[in-house]
Ligand binder design. Structure first.
Ligand code: GAL
Length: 678
């Protein structure tokens, strides 16, 4: 999708203030003052739009839409499926969700509907049809914000039936195929009739990993089919209005939500949108460490469609749902919002425009606080950001990010690894491991695409696939092809262990992988948290912890050996020529310094370059976007530390805000960000 402007604004709930027209007027005025140009409306407004079954009230929304159009504020109109009205639960209890213990939930909360319910699907389609018909030509309608943060699963009878249907389709009506794929002779789990299959439950089957995986895949597919149902009337009536559903993020961690595999939605979504709530100023990590995780998730979201994405929610200050809800310190709002743009976002939108008076989100950050004051510090921060976004919008809006390095992060692999009873229960740490590999590139300002199995590999000079425990033949073939044609791949311990049914590859490591990497895997040693080994690499030694795989070296060359234990002197890092390319295998989990040195070597060898040549210390990040037509770059120089940083810019750049030319030594204040072009 093409944007004409960077978007600033956020979630707006006028339905909470319908008895206070003066508040709504004030909202419009304050939105304009903060240079806000976009709002999302209607996410949770079902009971305002349909107060009684089949009794619709759109007049209030008509007024809001008109007001927005008069004031040049774009509307991302939401379908209200995120929360259902009480009459619906009372009249049609089939819409209520059932948990994995078989308990039917009561009415309340949100995202608590059964995703299979025919009534719920029919009703939301009707609602969306009415919205589309009513507003299809409205000048304020900009995009469809379909639902809000799809999540969760339902285990009711209907969903069980749907699951069985999904399985019959997957296994071509052949129950033996399913039994084989799930290895169901284990503990006498063999099914003799489809009707015996139930979703995984604490009260039932938990230990068939194939079942667990297929259930998660089904839940993703069922949610996607719900999304498609929601979209149907929107697509039909307003084919030219782009549609998205906003993804939620996991907190704390890498922000990539793993209850659903959102990557499966990418093809059906016109623009990727995610809700970002990093815990700035927390007491467990340095600011730059958190910043690198935010960068990672942005690079994942961008790579889902290889297009700019939207930040649909963030907070201008604090949230309300953490144990401790700390305010953003001065400077952080601008810095953290610029980071989103730097990594490919075309917006900074907030939850929420105005703090509500009641309900559980009344203390969540907003543009407009309870004091309604424009002198409010947060309001001023938002205004500053809006003004800057407005100024740089023409330079940024048509640009995108491009990377020579692809790092694979696969949600299905995360599910399978998490389920694996083996290795260390607490130390598998897939997310952290992928992040560990990403970190070095971030520290050196080398752009990375965090990719999924849906992405092509061919465009990358370097492909990093850490801990890809689950690899099917197709993936192995793709890796082999990529290297054969000249690509460079890095793999690690606990890769290529099971196929896509979570069945272990027997007869040694898959033959093709053995050829590509020039090694075979013998065994993997899992260490206690206090155990340490070491590996030599170059002139240095690096600490080993958690995992040490013992390998047999065939055609590969050793780049480093274990220094201790019964595998002392065995190979721990390898390099292998394969076709026109080269592959590397890192057999042990090692301290960060190893990744830094190892990847520095590859970065030099492959001539990978940062977007701007700057010398700086840890904690400064330089990221950028390029307009492919004009080759014009926009570069963000960001200080994610609590101290002033002296940096040395080895090129000449123009400050986009002041017009000043800059080169050489520059001092960046705590949390300062410079936006420049060459
Ligand atoms: C999001 C949600 C919003 C709001 C916000 C608060 O997950 O989509 O509606 O609840 O959290 O941080």
């Amino acid at each position: 999708m093409k944007f004409d402007k960077l978007l600033h604004g956020g979630d707006y709930f006028p339905e909470q203030w319908l008895d206070h027209p003066e508040v709504i007027e004030e909202d419009i005025h304050l939105l304009k003052e903060t240079k806000s140009n976009a709002v999302s409306i209607g996410m949770f407004a079902w009971s305002a739009l349909e107060p009684q079954e089949n009794n619709y009230e759109f007049e209030w929304l008509d007024k809001i839409m008109d007001l927005m159009a008069e004031n040049n504020i774009k509307v991302m109109l939401a379908s209200p499926s995120g929360a259902k009205p009480a009459w619906m639960s009372a009249n049609h209890p089939e819409v209520l969700r059932t948990n994995s213990l078989g308990q039917k939930m009561h009415h309340g909360g949100r995202h608590n509907h059964c995703i299979s319910s025919p009534y719920y699907r029919k009703k939301i389609k009707e609602m969306n049809r009415k919205l589309a018909e009513r507003y299809k030509d409205h000048p304020a309608l900009y995009m469809w914000h379909v639902s809000n943060e799809y999540e969760g699963e339902c285990h009711c009878d209907l969903c069980q039936q749907e699951f069985r249907g999904w399985l019959k389709n997957k296994y071509k009506n052949d129950l033996d195929k399913l039994n084989d794929a799930w290895w169901s002779r284990f503990w006498s789990h063999r099914y003799s009739d489809w009707s015996q299959i139930e979703s995984p439950s604490l009260l039932g089957v938990q230990d068939l990993h194939g079942l667990n995986l297929d259930w998660k895949r089904f839940v993703t597919d069922q949610t996607l089919s719900f999304y498609r149902d929601e979209m149907e009337p929107l697509k039909e009536i307003t084919p030219n209005i782009p549609r998205f559903t906003n993804f939620q993020s996991e907190n704390p961690g890498l922000f990539i939500f793993k209850e659903l595999d959102y990557s499966k939605f990418a093809a059906d979504i016109d623009v990727i949108a995610w809700n970002a709530y990093p815990e700035w100023h927390n007491d467990q990590e340095e600011t730059y460490e958190l910043a690198s995780k935010v960068a990672f998730s942005n690079d994942y979201l961008k790579s889902l469609k290889q297009q700019p994405f939207l930040i649909t929610e963030s907070t201008p200050s604090l949230v309300n749902w953490r144990e401790v809800n700390k305010a953003k310190r001065p400077g952080m709002h601008l810095l953290s919002s610029m980071q989103m743009l730097a990594h490919g976002s075309n917006s900074n939108l907030y939850f929420q425009i105005r703090k509500s008076r009641g309900g559980s989100e009344k203390f969540h950050g907003a543009i407009i606080d309870h004091d309604r004051s424009t002198d409010n510090r947060v309001f001023q921060d938002v205004k500053e950001l809006g003004t800057i976004m407005d100024k740089i919008s023409p330079e940024v809006v048509d640009t995108n990010r491009y990377a020579d390095v692809g790092i694979l992060f696969d949600v299905e692999n995360a599910w399978a690894l998490q389920d694996a009873k083996g290795y260390g229960l607490e130390t598998k740490k897939y997310d952290e491991t992928v992040m560990e590999h990403y970190q070095t590139f971030w520290e050196k300002n080398i752009a990375v695409d965090v990719i999924t199995t849906n992405n092509q590999f061919e465009n990358y000079k370097l492909l990093v696939i850490p801990m890809l425990y689950m690899m099917d033949d197709e993936m192995i073939e793709r890796i082999a092809h990529y290297v054969k044609e000249g690509g460079r791949v890095v793999s690690s311990y606990i890769s290529g262990i099971v196929d896509s049914n979570d069945l272990v590859n027997v007869g040694g490591w898959p033959e093709k992988l053995q050829k590509v990497f020039g090694i075979n895997i013998l065994e993997t040693d899992t260490l206690y948290p206090t155990d340490r080994n070491a590996v030599s690499y170059g002139d240095n030694e690096y600490e080993v912890f958690d995992y040490a795989t013992i390998i047999e070296k065939n055609t590969a060359k050793s780049l480093g050996n274990y220094l201790d234990d019964f595998y002392k002197n065995e190979t721990a890092i390898t390099e292998n020529d394969y076709g026109k390319g080269m592959s590397y295998y890192i057999a042990a989990r090692m301290e960060h310094k190893f990744q830094q040195d190892f990847y520095s070597h590859l970065i030099n060898k492959l001539h990978l370059k940062a977007i701007l040549d700057v010398d700086h210390d840890l904690g400064v990040s330089i990221q950028g976007r390029i307009n492919k037509e004009t080759n014009q770059e926009v570069i963000f120089i960001m200080n994610f530390t609590e101290k002033d940083q002296m940096i040395d810019i080895n090129e000449t750049v123009e400050d986009l805000l002041t017009g000043e030319m800059i080169s050489g030594e520059v001092s960046l204040e705590k949390y300062e960000v410079l936006i420049v072009k060459k």
